[in-house]
Design a protein around this ligand. Structure first.
Ligand SMILES: Cc1cc2nc3c(=O)[nH]c(=O)nc-3n(C[C@H](O)[C@H](O)[C@H](O)COP(=O)(O)OP(=O)(O)OC[C@H]3O[C@@H](n4cnc5c(N)ncnc54)[C@H](O)[C@@H]3O)c2cc1C
Length: 380
């Protein structure tokens, strides 16, 4: 039986980024296994927002390092076609004095870490987004170095291609279980290929990660939450740049490169199921209140995706006590794409026995046992 230095379960953005960074750190005898193929699950529908406006130091640091990578991604990955990271900024609107005052702490944190977020007036916001309803909010926070890459599939494929060029293998198969003997990882058992030997196994299985972890005796505290995205017809003119979000209203919108606008909503007033018609109506109401031009657009497509969320809305990264050779990069909580370069680098460093560029130890699985959760407030 061929032995791999590492097997990665899952070829979403996280698994492929880890594979690429493993090659950067000298590991090439690596196998990536996915039941559906590269970016075949959540990553395939991700609209690719990249923001550094977070409320915890760890997320600011990981997103800043990742944004630096996205800025140089074409040099790093040498993709088949150019990857266009559109550094158009992210604007957050604030609708109450309380939320504004609270977010001032986040802006101070971001600035202290070199993220250039600033508060702007509604009038300044209108200069950036002429269609915005300036009377619907008190102030906005704007970070000009945030942005988006709206072809998450292409980015993922490019990570995979770069890893393949260094010798990493990718196969289509379903992993039934991680094989652990006496607390030591021995490999994985697959539906078609049977047993595959490996000294290290990384669980990057996204929505399948909870089941995968169970097979290694690990109970992951992850819940799955539906997120619906509504898409409009194409609008030739650029009418929504930068990206627009409101944490208070649970609203996010942006204009993709092809002109399509998308809208997503998860207001606190909503009750499950979040894929109902009521949801669609509420999303349109909130959206048009902040950005009235949405009123004249046709939402013709919707896509339901799922977040793999933890209770503090942070990923779970690293090894697991008592299961030698088992690593996890799971629980992305809706921001896995933008964090993927930093998460890939961190996991690859841990797997190869190096020190990660960003200290991600606060996101270790142990935080759930020791009650040291790192609550991230800035989520939509
Ligand atoms: C509506 C929506 C909007 C979003 N917007 C953004 C955004 O703007 N910016 C951002 O950063 N993030 C965003 N996200 C989140 C982001 O898309 C995810 O965090 C990220 O794609 C997760 O990547 P992943 O590799 O962990 O998971 P996935 O892409 O789901 O990959 C996991 C892979 O594991 C495979 N797998 C699972 N089980 C097995 C098994 N047993 N055997 C073999 N293979 C298996 C699956 O086939 C899958 O391909 C959004 C998510 C949604 C739903």
């Amino acid at each position: 039986m061929k032995m791999y230095d590492a097997v990665i379960v899952g070829a979403g953005i996280i698994g492929c980024s880890i594979a690429y960074f493993l090659t950067e750190k000298g590991f090439a005898n690596v196998l990536v296994i996915d039941k559906g193929g590269i970016a075949s699950d959540v990553t395939g529908l991700c609209p690719g927002g990249v923001r550094q406006q977070w409320g915890t130091e760890i997320n600011c640091l990981m997103s800043k390092a990742s944004t630096e990578f996205f800025n140089e991604i074409n040099d790093r990955l040498e993709p088949e076609h150019e990857i266009k990271f559109r550094s158009v900024g992210y604007m957050n609107t604030f609708h109450s004095e309380e939320a504004k005052a609270k977010y001032a702490e986040n802006v101070a944190l971001q600035n202290s870490l070199g993220i250039p977020t600033k508060f702007i007036s509604p009038q300044e916001a209108k200069e950036l987004i002429p269609g915005i309803n300036e009377s619907s909010f008190l102030t906005a926070a704007f970070c000009e170095t945030d942005g988006f890459v709206d072809d998450a599939y292409h980015v993922t494929q490019s990570f995979a291609d770069a890893a393949k060029r260094k010798g990493v293998e990718f196969v289509n198969d379903t992993v039934n279980r991680i094989v652990v003997e006496n607390g030591v990882v021995k490999g994985v058992d697959c539906e078609k290929r049977g047993l595959i030997g490996a000294d290290r196994v990384v669980n990057a299985a996204g929505l399948g990660s909870k089941k995968m972890a169970e097979t290694a005796g690990v109970a992951l505290p992850i819940e799955f939450e539906i997120r619906r995205i509504l898409y409009t017809n194409r609008v030739p003119k650029r009418i929504l740049e930068p990206l627009l979000i409101s944490f208070e209203k649970g609203f996010a919108a942006k204009q993709l490169t092809d002109g399509t606008l998308y809208l997503s909503y998860l207001g606190k007033d909503l009750k499950p199921p979040f894929n109902s018609f009521d949801y669609q109506v509420r999303a349109a109401e909130v959206g048009t209140e902040i950005f009235p031009p949405l009123e004249s657009l046709v939402f013709h497509t919707h896509v339901d995706g799922r977040y793999d969320s933890t209770s503090d809305h942070q990923a779970i990264l690293g090894d697991v006590d008592g299961v030698l050779g088992y690593y996890q990069a799971v629980g992305m909580s809706g921001h896995g794409f933008m964090m993927s370069p930093s998460i890939g680098e961190s996991l690859a460093a841990m797997v190869t026995g190096n020190i990660p560029q960003v200290d991600v130890s606060s996101l270790h699985f142990n935080r759930f046992q020791t009650n040291q959760l790192v609550f991230e407030p800035s989520v939509v």
